[in-house]
Design a protein around this ligand. Sequence first.
Ligand code: CU
Length: 115
Amino acid sequence: MRRTLVLALALFAMAIPAAATATSAVAKPVVIQINVVNGKVMGGIKRPSVKKGRTVRFVIRTNAGTGVHLHGYDIEKTPKKGTPTVIQFVAKVPGRFEFELHHPDVLLAQLTVRP
Ligand SMILES: [Cu+2]
């Protein structure tokens, strides 16, 4: 009886680190930093390529524009001056997607999601 209890506790203790490992095994997001000054993308248009299922995080700093818009996934956010705009999502749909600034309209990045 007691032995069963000890065994159960031992199994329980082993289950905890296993669960913790599973959580930390989740892939880190692919971070794409984009800096826009007066409608110009610093360093040129970004062309990131990620595998389907990865988490993508766009971090945009811009001093102009009324919206940042990821086509296809249709995610749009209003940027604020002096604060980075973060768009994070899971790249579930394969293809090539344009990421734009609006007003002024500027192509910021072309995201490729590999199947
Ligand atoms: Cu758009």
